[in-house]
Design a protein around this ligand. Structure first.
Ligand code: ZN
Length: 87
């Protein structure tokens, strides 16, 4: 999956979920600064951290399922959802 393809899939998710991106592409230096995994997909443009609007009601299982169908995997990290290419 290319970075462009990943972005297209994120746009598809945005059509359904009212979410904001809090972290997208990261340089190696920025990834290190924010304590990202040394091989984080953020540095390849293949991962985004998102948060849902607080008043947006959605089904977590739907989000998991929609990500899977798009070839993405989603990890809930406490205060945000990390979505990355499932390679
Ligand atoms: Zn992340």
């Amino acid at each position: 999956m290319t970075s462009i393809e990943f972005q297209e899939k994120m746009l598809m998710l945005r059509a359904k979920y009212r979410m904001s991106t809090t972290s997208g592409f990261r340089t190696v230096a920025h990834n290190k600064k924010v304590g990202g995994h040394p091989e984080s997909f953020h540095m390849l443009g293949l991962a985004e951290d998102v948060v849902m609007d607080s008043n947006f009601v959605f089904n977590l299982n739907d989000l998991y399922s929609d990500c899977t169908k798009l070839g993405l995997q989603m990890i809930y990290e406490g205060d945000h959802y990390h979505i990355e290419a499932n390679l």
